[in-house]
Design a protein around this ligand. Structure first.
Ligand SMILES: Cc1cc2nc3c(=O)[nH]c(=O)nc-3n(C[C@H](O)[C@H](O)[C@H](O)COP(=O)(O)OP(=O)(O)OC[C@H]3O[C@@H](n4cnc5c(N)ncnc54)[C@H](O)[C@@H]3O)c2cc1C
Length: 451
């Protein structure tokens, strides 16, 4: 039996953040991860000599805890962050409108861009501005708002189908990974308030210039071992139990780790199977969080077809398209990543059908793609990409504290106030580490009194 003060179960961003925080506070830490790599839901893989991410990952300037983790991992320089939010939104035929901020303070920073937004008519633009003002007053912590659907709320605010599709979904769908009809109003209020409405620079957009595995998993392995954390890859935790005389026993694949504190940082579909009985008040609430899929399409063209780093699409099955040529290591032609959030309709669609439909959509969106040839096509499917921030779910998430002494919960699905994002994961890890450290502090105090 191994005795370590704290065991962290799960090596995604939540587990990585928790383990670093605990090690920095002086606790001996072991991190157990079932996969052969760290990084969890944000990773890369090699296919026919190209590095592809399982899904395009984007962060915002307001993702402060995630952005603090990057320098801790030594990888901040491998990301880009726009000096000012600027999203080219393209319609079939190549017609572009920009969502970008000016130098004015919030909420005026977006006013000019919204008033010139060519994908909506004047009435829709003015209506969207009025709805944005109303959304800024909805509290993300209001249980009544959580019970409502964002889509229904938008329609009550007279948002036309074109405004919902061409503006609200453009931001809401990738951040909540749900269509507006399926999203909680409270969750949407959080996203729009934190990302766009409260601080002018909050929504400046960032992403990795290199494969995700390099900025997260591989870098974390180095940082954790430098911090003295013992990382065990390829170890599936099968049981987590409380000991009669105090402490927690973590076991899996014939190994046992007796721990004074445990951070359980596994996805929401895995946590209920590991939680000791009575650890959380309502395990059913975790199960009911469910999941929402994301599909990414990776297309290698024989020539450059997209002149920008990324574009968003309207009136098209495409959502966001990124140029990943440099990151993938491609030397000739162009590698695009098409990111499809809330991909219930695409998750089980055969690859040939996706290739036909989406290469045609790209040809309609990007004139330069029409004469070009798609030389390679790869689909990545993440069925359990995020929990569903559906009406009622947003406010029912458990926080880091459990009813078991020393056991803390982490994961982007826990109640961080954020949607299932890299930021939410890092915040959850840090919050869980604080709970575990309090338990260690209490245990040490008892030992000192006994001595
Ligand atoms: C395709 C895709 C695109 C996304 N796009 C974005 C984006 O643009 N911006 C953004 O901010 N977020 C995005 N996200 C969400 C983001 O990736 C996640 O919210 C975040 O990475 C979750 O981190 P986590 O540590 O909470 O969970 P996970 O990353 O799921 O980590 C949990 C870990 O626990 C391990 N584990 C599970 N069971 C066991 C066990 N029994 N024993 C040991 N280990 C176990 C798993 O292998 C995993 O490594 C995206 C997600 C996907 C899938």
């Amino acid at each position: 039996m191994r005795e370590r003060a704290v065991t962290v179960i799960g090596g995604g961003l939540a587990g990585i953040a928790a383990a670093l925080e605990l090690a920095d506070a002086g606790a001996p830490v072991t991190l157990l991860e079932v996969r052969p790599r760290l990084g969890g839901a944000a990773y890369s893989f090699q296919r026919d000599g190209l590095w592809l991410d399982n899904g395009q990952h984007v962060f915002l300037r307001c993702c402060t805890e995630y952005r603090k983790l990057l320098p801790r991992l030594g990888t901040e320089a491998d990301t880009v962050l726009q000096p000012r939010l600027s999203i080219p939104v393209v319609a079939p035929g190549g017609r572009v409108a920009w969502l970008r901020r000016s130098a004015l303070p919030a909420p005026l920073h977006l006013a000019g861009s919204l008033l010139r937004y060519r994908h909506l008519n004047t009435r829709e633009r003015l209506g969207a501005a009025a709805a944005a003002r109303a959304l800024a007053k909805v509290s993300p912590r209001d249980a009544e708002a959580d019970r409502q659907s964002f889509g229904a709320w938008l329609r009550r605010r007279h948002q036309s189908p074109a405004a919902i599709e061409g503006l609200w979904e453009l931001i809401g769908r990738p951040t909540l990974n749900l269509d507006s009809d399926d999203s909680s109003l409270a969750a949407a209020a959080f996203v729009f308030r934190a990302g766009l409405l409260e601080h002018a620079d909050a929504g400046d957009l960032g992403y990795a210039r290199v494969p995700l595995q390099r900025i997260h998993g591989d870098a974390a392995l180095r940082a954790l071992s430098d911090a003295g954390v013992e990382v065990r890859l390829g170890l599936r935790v099968q049981r987590l139990e409380t000991m009669r005389d105090g402490g927690l026993l973590v076991s899996g694949q014939g190994e046992r780790f007796l721990s004074s504190a445990v951070v359980l940082a596994v996805p929401n579909d895995r946590a209920p199977g590991l939680l000791p009985e009575g650890a959380v008040r309502d395990v059913g609430a975790i199960e009911r969080l469910g999941s929402s899929p994301i599909v990414n399409l990776h297309l290698v063209y024989d020539r450059p077809v997209l002149a920008r780093e990324f574009v968003a699409a309207v009136n098209s099955p495409l959502q966001f398209v990124f140029d990943r040529t440099a990151s993938s290591g491609l030397h000739r032609g162009q590698c695009l990543a098409v990111s499809l959030s809330a991909a219930d309709a695409e998750i089980d669609t055969p690859a040939e059908e996706l290739e036909a439909r989406f290469s045609d959509a790209l040809a309609q969106l990007l004139p330069a793609a029409r004469p070009a040839t798609v030389e390679r096509f790869v689909v990545t499917r993440e069925r359990f990409a995020t929990f569903r921030a559906a009406p009622g779910a947003w406010c029912s998430r458990p926080g880091p504290q459990t009813a078991v002494d020393g056991l803390a919960l982490a994961g982007a699905w826990t109640d961080t106030g954020w949607p299932a994002t890299m930021e939410g994961a890092v915040r959850s890890g840090r919050a869980a580490a604080a709970v575990a450290l309090r338990a260690l502090g209490a245990e040490r105090a008892i030992q000192e009194v006994a001595a």
